[in-house]
Design a protein around this ligand. Structure first.
Ligand SMILES: NC(=O)c1ccc[n+]([C@@H]2O[C@H](COP(=O)([O-])OP(=O)(O)OC[C@H]3O[C@@H](n4cnc5c(N)ncnc54)[C@H](O)[C@@H]3O)[C@@H](O)[C@H]2O)c1
Length: 425
């Protein structure tokens, strides 16, 4: 059947999906953020996930008007699923989106959730809200589906059409409808999961597994640092075995890898299991910003420098390379700790929006020209911009015998030098 689709929440996940769907279906993209809607209507995507030209060419109708949702037969919800200050899942955006949808959804419609959640949220939390507000019965009058998103912001290779999409629904007929919508855009095909809960669990463990593997690398990096051997060298050697998994140490930020495991652990606690492995990985990863800052301090002391008042330049503020996404970045942890030692810290990022950085973290990125006479430089995010800038350019901004802390080993292959201290995680 031909569906009239609506994607709710036009962020990193929703917009690329809506633009793809609009190539094949009558599609409305809806967002409550009026400023985002105006920008998209004028053909500008500040997340850089969709090229402005493509957005302008797209048949997608972008709206913040509920009226535009009333004739839709197929809804896809891609709103945020954050955690609160106590690391508990915050389902408010999902609740609000479901309440809003309840006001427009008609009998026979399918509502597919894509937001990352713990098993049970679609059927036990969102579904009942939809049903209550709409007055329609689940199963018989409104059908639920779930299809986790695997988008990797900034990655132009593993895009929505090229990665297998897991789909799930409440019954076989609905699953066919859900699969056929996604099959129309995902050339890599769909995988029909056994149930909605299975699909929810699959997504949350994809990110939990990644989080834990990185935590292990971070722990190893801290051990090897004490042993005086380089983690990259160890990983390169171990990586020659066929079943050694290739992960590397680093900061785990963003609103997926470092957040989603808490969705699973909270649900686990609810059913009487107290997760140990998952939470210990979280603790290791959450502590890395502080570890890096303390390492910089130790290296400066070793060079005989005054820590108080030392000038430190931090390159990169976003949560990962080549994206403007500042959410849950761990770089501010490094900055905070360095400042607590009385250092004078400046930050640069080619992608970060200055106002957002001020609003989110009370930090103001500066121009690169201000990076001079530094005691230490922290290469925190390996934006291609810094790779292109080059090691020589970066170290030219240091005082003699300065310290370079290169978190992701971007410049590890540079020849050793006696006029500076180079350290990587
Ligand atoms: N970004 C990723 O890498 C990624 C990858 C896989 C899965 N996910 C998951 O996808 C979901 C969305 O993530 P995102 O990165 O696209 O988030 P985002 O913050 O970039 O976008 C969410 C959008 O939803 C809008 N919104 C919020 N509440 C709304 C409502 N009630 N009605 C309509 N619009 C609303 C916001 O204004 C925003 O534009 C999350 O559950 C996330 O965990 C994200």
């Amino acid at each position: 059947m031909s569906e009239k689709i609506c994607v709710i929440g036009l962020g990193y996940v929703g917009l690329p999906l809506a633009v793809e769907l609009a190539k094949h279906h009558d599609t409305v993209g809806f967002d409550i953020n009026a400023e985002r809607v105006r920008e998209l209507q004028s053909g500008v995507d500040r997340t850089l996930e969709v090229e402005n030209e493509e957005l302008k060419r797209s048949q997608l109708k972008v709206s913040d008007q509920l009226e535009d949702l009333k004739d839709r037969t197929f809804f896809i919800v891609t709103v945020p699923t954050p955690i609160d200050e106590n690391n508990n899942p915050d389902l408010t955006p999902l609740r609000k989106a479901s309440e809003m949808l309840g006001k427009v959804v008609k009998e026979g419609a399918v509502v597919v959730y894509e937001s990352t959640v713990y098993p049970g949220v679609t059927e036990e939390y969102c579904g009942p809200i939809l049903s209550q507000v709409s007055g329609l019965e689940l199963f018989s009058q409104i059908k639920l589906g779930y299809s986790p998103e695997r988008i990797n912001p900034g990655d132009k290779v593993h895009t929505i059409t090229k990665v297998t999409k897991v789909v799930a629904a409440q019954d076989a007929e609905t699953l066919d409808r859900v699969a056929s919508v996604y099959e129309s855009v995902v050339t890599a095909g769909v995988f029909r999961a056994a149930s909605i809960k299975v699909a929810e669990a699959a997504k949350v463990i994809e990110n939990t597994q990644r989080d834990l593997n990185i935590a292990l690398m971070n722990e190893l990096a801290m051990i090897f640092d004490r042993l005086g051997i380089r983690t990259v060298d160890v990983l390169e050697a171990a990586g020659t075995k066929w079943n050694f998994l290739k992960f590397s140490p680093g900061l785990v930020g963003g609103h997926c890898i470092g957040v989603d495991p808490y969705y699973l652990t909270q649900k686990a606690e609810q059913v009487g299991y107290h997760p140990q492995v998952i939470l210990s990985g979280r603790r290791v990863n959450d502590n890395m910003g502080s570890y890096v800052a303390q390492k910089v301090v130790k290296l400066l002391i070793k060079e005989g420098r005054n820590v108080k008042g030392a000038r430190v330049g931090v390159l990169g503020l976003t949560f990962k390379e080549n994206v403007p996404d500042l959410r849950n970045s761990k770089v501010p942890d490094i900055v905070r700790e360095l400042k607590e030692f009385g250092m004078d810290v400046i930050i640069h990022d080619p992608y970060a929006d200055v106002q957002e950085a001020q609003h989110e973290y009370n930090l103001t990125p500066v121009e690169l020209e201000q990076f001079h006479d530094l005691d230490a430089v922290v290469v925190a995010v390996c934006h291609t911009f810094y790779k292109d800038l080059g090691f020589e350019n970066i170290i030219s901004r240091l005082k003699p015998q300065g310290v370079v802390a290169d978190i992701k080993s971007l410049f590890i292959k540079e020849p050793e030098r006696s006029d500076l201290t180079y350290w990587s995680l």
